[in-house]
Design a protein around this ligand. Structure first.
Ligand SMILES: [Mg+2]
Ligand SMILES: [Zn+2]
Length: 183
């Protein structure tokens, strides 16, 4: 069993400009590529776990999501880094596009995509880490035994409050990975 890194996508790996789907809108957060390469070199299998309700809402299609992930992989490969597998939920109960307009069991904070990653990538959740910019990115993985860091950009450092969300925090993916790996 391998150590895994469960990474949220929008606002964690790439800048979240709102339902981002076009490959030309891909912009990595500062240091994200380095952080991913560090995880690769230390033997972490990386599973991106992302909610893509834009599919259910009709903003883009599953093939747009796949194209975005292909571009992310292409740019990472240029920097000798890689993501092992992408998992996304295309659903939303308030969506307008069949068959995606359902209440599913894979939209975070549900844990089914995390469980799939654990099974398919043969991960040991207790040796794994999780990073995301929403508490719901972290809670499923922490419940399975992983250690997590919440990304809270400097401008929002008090939101949510520590009482609402008692997680270790960092300003971006790069420093989150540094904290979790003790670098
Ligand atoms: Mg996010
Ligand atoms: Zn889903």
């Amino acid at each position: 069993m391998n150590p895994g890194a469960f990474l949220d996508r929008d606002g964690t790996i790439n800048v979240d400009s709102g339902y981002v789907a076009s490959p030309d809108l891909l912009e990595f957060t500062p240091g994200a590529i380095d952080a991913i390469r560090t995880l690769n070199r230390r033997g972490y299998s990386i599973a991106v776990i992302t909610n893509q309700a834009g599919v259910a809402r009709g903003f883009h299609t599953e093939s747009d999501v796949d194209a975005f992930h292909a571009e992310m992989s292409r740019q990472l490969a240029l920097a000798d880094a890689h993501i092992d597998r992408f998992y996304y939920c295309p659903h939303h109960e308030e969506g307008t596009v069949e068959p995606y307009a359902i209440q599913c069991d894979c939209r975070k904070p549900a844990d089914s995509l995390y469980r799939r990653a654990i099974s398919e990538l043969d991960l040991d959740p207790t040796k794994s880490i999780v990073v995301g910019d929403k508490p719901g990115d972290l809670t499923p993985a922490i419940a399975l035994g992983a250690k997590g860091v919440l990304i809270v950009p400097q401008a929002h450092v008090d939101h949510p409050t520590v009482e609402e969300c008692p997680f270790q925090r960092a300003g971006d993916l790069h420093s989150a990975v540094g904290q979790l790996l003790g670098l």
